[in-house]
Each structure stands twice: as structure tokens, then as C-alpha cells.
Design a protein around this ligand. Structure first.
Ligand code: SF4
Length: 212
């Protein structure tokens, strides 16, 4: 018999004694908001439980949705390169998103990213909160405005405060910077290189703070 949909809130799905493996498995059946109807699958965070650094983006993209893994598409490849340039070993980082399903709208044959709503971000928040509780990273970096405003307040402006450590209960070190996908959208190579350098500089600050 086909499995019945689970309409409970995300917090109701979290096991009493959560582990990363258990919550990842539980999130596969999450239907706490309507995005499960759009996405191919839940794309949960990935990385070691001992990660000192957690990177939090907005939501999985087209390729992440199909692969079932976060940050594996073009933006993920740019992120990998930037981490390497900043001297951060990607295997020591936990990567996740504030929303675990891909929200999109059709444009011809393409699936175009659509920003998640405040209610979708709120519905998904228990998964992220539990990831943070379990990993207990020393540093959290919000990638892009959606993640930054979800975690640091709606008034937070990445354009003004990127690369600056922010006092927060999330972790001892908290910073926001741009989402790597915004670098890919820059108008030409010169702008892309400039923004990539700024992104790497932000990550270097985190690397330095973590090693001091
Ligand atoms: S986006 Fe989050 S809350 Fe919504 S169905 Fe997916 S996992 Fe559940």
C-alpha cells in the first residue's frame, strides 16, 4: 500500500533523540508546506557533525533538486572554488539551506528558481534549527539575503553588512555574505571576478577567525 502523506508540522517529525542521520531520514517525508509538491525530493543538509563551519543558503536549485544533494550545481562549484581559495577544506564544512525543497516556476522547458515565502521558510525552520543544535558550529555563514534575513532579522541588509561578524545566538561567529548564485548572475566576467574575490575575502575572514 502506498505510504500516506504526512501533514504534520516539521517539528512533529523530528525524533525525540535526534541525530543528523535520523532527521535527514525523517525530512524525506516532510509535507509541512506545499513545496514538497514542487520539488523532486527533500534536499537536506550535508557534512560532518563535527563541522566548525556551517554554510546556510536559501534553497536547493534545479540540479540539487534532481541530485538530492545541496550545493552540487553551478553555484556549488563556485562555492567549492571559493572555499579552496579561502583555505577552507570543504569536507570540514556543513552545508544546508533554510528551505529544503526546490521552489520553481516553469519558463518554457526550464524550471526557474522562485523565492520561498516567509511561511515556507517558517515551516521549514525546525529542520535547520535541529541541524544547528546537533552540529553546534563555531561559525555560521548565511549565503544571500533570504538566509540572512531568516536568521538575522528581516531588516538585515547583506549589501550593508556582508563580511561583518554579527552578534547572534546561532553560533560564536556569525556572518552573512552573498549567495554564490548571485556571482554567477553578474553581467560580465570582470564583475564576476570582482565579486568572486569579495566572496573569497569574506570566507577568509571566517577562516582566520576560526583558526585564532
Ligand atoms: S520545504 Fe521544508 S517544510 Fe516544506 S515540505 Fe520541504 S522540508 Fe517540509
Amino acid at each position: 500500500m502506498a505510504k500516506r502523506p504526512d501533514k504534520r508540522s516539521a517539528s512533529d517529525l523530528i525524533p525525540d533523540r535526534p541525530t543528523l542521520i535520523a532527521i535527514r531520514a525523517a525530512a524525506k517525508d516532510c509535507q509541512a508546506c506545499d513545496l514538497y509538491k514542487l520539488g523532486t525530493q527533500t534536499v537536506f543538509g550535508e557534512g560532518t557533525k563535527k563541522a566548525a563551519l556551517m554554510l546556510i543558503g536559501e534553497q536547493p536549485g534545479d540540479q540539487e533538486d534532481l541530485a538530492g544533494h545541496p550545493f552540487v550545481g553551478p553555484a556549488g562549484k563556485l562555492l567549492d572554488k571559493a572555499l579552496a581559495q579561502a583555505g577552507i577544506d570543504r569536507t570540514t564544512v556543513y552545508v544546508t539551506n533554510v528551505v529544503k525543497h526546490f521552489k520553481w516556476e516553469p519558463r518554457g522547458k526550464r524550471r526557474i528558481h522562485k523565492k520561498p515565502s516567509a511561511s515556507e521558510i517558517s515551516a521549514c525552520r525546525p529542520w535547520l534549527d535541529t541541524e544547528i543544535q546537533l552540529v553546534k558550529p563555531r561559525a555560521v555563514v548565511c549565503l544571500g539575503a533570504t538566509a540572512a534575513q531568516a536568521l538575522l532579522g528581516r531588516q538585515f541588509k547583506v549589501t550593508e553588512h556582508r563580511g561583518t561578524f554579527i552578534a547572534s545566538t546561532l553560533a560564536p561567529l556569525v556572518m552573512a555574505t552573498v549567495h554564490p548564485s548571485s556571482i554567477l548572475r553578474e553581467r560580465d566576467d570582470e564583475a564576476r571576478h570582482r565579486e568572486q574575490d569579495r566572496f573569497v575575502n569574506d570566507l577568509r575572514k571566517v577562516a582566520r577567525a576560526l583558526s585564532s
